[in-house]
Each structure stands twice: as C-alpha cells, then as structure tokens.
Write a protein that binds this ligand. Structure first.
Ligand SMILES: CC(C)(COP(=O)(O)OP(=O)(O)OC[C@H]1O[C@@H](n2cnc3c(N)ncnc32)[C@H](O)[C@@H]1OP(=O)(O)O)[C@@H](O)C(=O)NCCC(=O)NCCS
Length: 263
C-alpha cells in the first residue's frame, strides 16, 4: 500500500478545511456549530481520496459527532455520505401550503379569551428568545437549542424579518409568551420558519389562529403559497399543516456520523 500524499489544512478565516495534494487543492469541507451544539458539515464533491481525511480533520477539531443534510433526490451525495460512515438520523418533507382561506379553511377569528397576539416587533426580545428556545426543545432535531442573544437578534431581525408575518401569542394575566408563528421573507416563496405553542396551551386552536392571521396577510399580498419543512415523525405538526392543502414537493435527509467513526 502506498502512503497517502493527501494532507488537510484548516483555512483562515472561518471553519473551512482544504485537502491538498502537493500544492493542488483536491477537496474542501466547511462546518458550522448550531445553537443546539450540533456541528453540521458540508463537503464539496471532489477527489475521492480527500473525503475521509477531511472528515477526520473536522471531527478532530470539533471533537464532536458530525451532522450533514442532503436533498433526498441527490443520489450521489446520499451514496457518498453512506460510504463515509454517516447514517440517517431523521427526514423532513418539503411542502408548499396554500394561503387562500377558501382552500385551507383557516379563517381569522378572535384571540382565545385571555390571549393577545402581537407582532415580534412589539415583543420583548429576551422573552421572545426564551420562547423560541423552549419551543425548539419539542421540534425534532433541535433539542438542546439555546440562543446566544446576539445571534438571535441577527437571525430574527435580519433581511428575512417581516413584522406582519412574525406574531407572538401573549397570555394577558401573566404576560407570558405562549406561542409564535413566523414566516420569513424570501426570494420566491416565503418560508414558514416555525409554528409553535407551549405545552400547556396546546390543542386549544391557538396554532390555527396564528396561522390564519399570517396566511391572510400573505394571501392579501398575492403570495399564494408558503414553503415549509416538516419532520416525518412530528405527528402534531403534520396533523396541523398537511390538511391545509399542503403538497409534498421534496424532502431532506439529515445524517449523523458519530465522533471517531473513521473509515
Ligand atoms: C404543532 C403545534 C404547533 C400545534 O399547536 P396547537 O396550538 O396545539 O394546534 P391547534 O390546537 O391549533 O390544532 C390544530 C389542529 O392540528 C392537529 N393537532 C394539533 N396537535 C395535535 C396532536 N398532538 N395530535 C394530533 N393532532 C394534532 C389537530 O388536527 C388540530 O385540530 P383539532 O383540534 O380540530 O383536532 C404544537 O404541537 C407545537 O408547538 N409543537 C412543537 C413545535 C413544533 O413541532 N412545531 C412544528 C415545527 S415547524
């Protein structure tokens, strides 16, 4: 067996690794750490003998399991991740949901007694962040999520923010934030980022009320559809969203490679 000539260097700045053969760059990987402590890695499709050394270097630097996402139709990437020791962790359906109330059956109604709905623009940011953290504990694949306040501000109020489609439900008596819906602005279709209600307030129609309000805004603007991802195991979310006339248009697969799983 000949010794491999491939060496891996971490490129500066940022979390990018390059595989070199002599002076030739033969592969690259990038990684980012999510607020739930999961490291996601993206490998460029390149020379076959670059992949394993790249992943080994990323794994060694992060000291962590590695996660990767792939489009379910991207057979080449699915096969590659399988060869590199990744296994399927979970799957998401990509759906488009109409906003027309005649199709969804979502008609705007009053808030439930003791609840008001406000725009995220008028919310206390720290309270909103803690609600977001709490809701994500119940979203498959994001348990353990804990925002850094600065990152939350950047993501929430960045270029995707739309104050008319990011709403928060507040319990009047306690002032507690108990649910939210957010639809992000995007080129093409707007995207449902999250619909969530805290445990004690579920199954009282609040999610449907929140969705009805933001979908009305979108429908009135002529935005006929919203894109959303739904985890295949998230039964409440599927039961809420699929009957609105949602069409499944694709899917994503999340993979995991346990730390130290060198091939
Ligand atoms: C999904 C979620 C937002 C639903 O909120 P909710 O306020 O309880 O939903 P609603 O009361 O408006 O329910 C509307 C419909 O959804 C369906 N539904 C909601 N929760 C359900 C459950 N646990 N089991 C079965 N169906 C459910 C029902 O069809 C219900 O209509 P019905 O009450 O007339 O039967 C809530 O369970 C939640 O916050 N989950 C955690 C966060 C999450 O996973 N969000 C989705 C990811 S984007």
């Amino acid at each position: 067996m000949t010794a491999s000539r491939v060496r891996v260097v971490r490129a500066s700045p940022g979390l990018v690794w390059r595989a070199l053969d002599g002076d030739d760059v033969i592969g690259a990987a990038s990684a980012f750490l999510r607020p739930d402590g999961r490291w996601f890695v993206h490998i460029d499709l390149c020379r076959d003998d670059s992949y394993e050394p790249l992943l080994a270097a990323v794994g060694e630097n992060t000291g962590s399991d590695l996660y990767a996402m792939a489009d379910e139709r991207d057979k080449q990437r699915l096969a590659l991740l399988g060869r590199l020791g990744f296994t399927v962790n979970r799957r998401e359906s990509l759906v488009v949901i109409p906003t027309d109330p005649q199709i969804t059956g979502l008609h705007v109604t009053d808030e439930p007694d003791g609840v008001v709905i406000i725009s995220a623009n008028d919310a206390y940011e720290d309270q909103l962040r803690l609600l977001d953290d709490a809701l994500r504990q119940d979203v498959p694949g994001s348990s353990g999520w804990k925002w850094d306040p600065g990152d939350f501000n950047e993501e929430t109020f960045g270029h995707q923010f739309d104050p008319a489609t990011y709403l928060v439900a507040v319990e009047v008596a306690s002032g507690e934030y108990i649910g939210l819906v957010r639809v992000w602005k995007r080129p093409g279709k707007p995207r449902l980022g999250l619909i969530g209600v805290l445990g004690p307030h579920r199954q009282q129609g609040l999610a449907r009320i929140l969705l009805a309000r933001v979908f009305r805004v979108l429908h009135q603007r002529g935005q006929a559809e919203v894109a959303a991802e739904i985890d295949e195991t998230n039964a409440p979310s599927r039961a809420l969203l699929l009957p609105l006339g949602a069409k499944v248009v694709g899917g994503f697969v999340e993979f995991i490679r346990p730390h130290g799983a060198a091939q």
